[in-house]
Design a protein around this ligand. Sequence first.
Ligand SMILES: [Zn+2]
Length: 95
Amino acid sequence: MHSDLISKIEKARHYASQPERIAIQTLTATFRGGNNDHVITVDAGVWHCDCDFFRGHGTCAHVMAIQKVLSPMLSEQARSAVNPLDDDTIASQLA
Ligand SMILES: [Zn+2]
């Protein structure tokens, strides 16, 4: 294998261990929920999900789950936007 490519693969492996290097600006994802698929977006730190719960509460299990999974790669605004999982008081009530 070409030595340039080998060094890039090593660099990629190193980068992949540091997800905080990646900053997600805009994302559209399909979330396979318990009953239906849902479309989730985040743009400039603002989340949206097409489920009924999100419409009434501004967050939902789908958004909270994706916030948790992508946490190191989200802006501070996207990470903290209405996420009870980050709130110890609410999280302890749910535990
Ligand atoms: Zn949802």
